[in-house]
Design a protein around this ligand. Sequence first.
Ligand code: ATP
Length: 202
Amino acid sequence: MRTLHVGLTGGIGAGKSAVAARLADHGAVVLDADLAARAVVEPGTDALAAVVEAFGEGVLAGDGSLDRAALAELVFSDTARREELNRIIHPRVRAWMAERAAAAPEGSIVVQDIPLLVEGGLVPLFDFVIVVDARDEVRIDRLVRLRGMSREQAESRIAAQAPRERRNAAADRVIENDGTQAELVEAVGALWRELTGRRDGS
Ligand code: ATP
């Protein structure tokens, strides 16, 4: 049986992590790009050394780990510096994910959860792309209620990402997540049947 390589994305607060968790319940091998982005800069990695070389010792916390807030401060409003950081981090994240995807048992459904999958031009790497979508109002409400953001923060984070029309256009399947958790569980059940069908060639 061949392995099916699935990309999972969606705007902030739409419910990617929730969909990833339900797919894992069904047996998917889930790889999280946010987790990878942390793993590749752990103390002792060449990526952390490269970040310090480029941005200075000020991005290190007292215990030698990366001070994410200090680094975010330096790159937040500076596109050139952000791109410089991305040039260090992104190839290593891709390698981290690719290595683990390749190690999955044959016949697995490997789901890579990547927030900027569409923006990063990664759609062609996958057999199947899932986009999780929810209305902006629903996303703002979740980010404010469950993530402690202010309404302004939530709106500006949403505005900084690709518009949902562009993201949805790249999808093989859009999961609408405007409803309840129970509705999402049901939608992911149907999605899992679709994915296993694709893997099995039906
Ligand atoms: P991010 O881009 O920030 O990683 P995300 O797309 O992964 O966001 P989630 O973390 O899955 O989004 O969902 C955002 C919040 O909304 C979480 O607290 C999650 O538990 C909640 N949530 C997701 N789907 C639903 C739903 N159908 N009903 C109620 N709450 C939900």
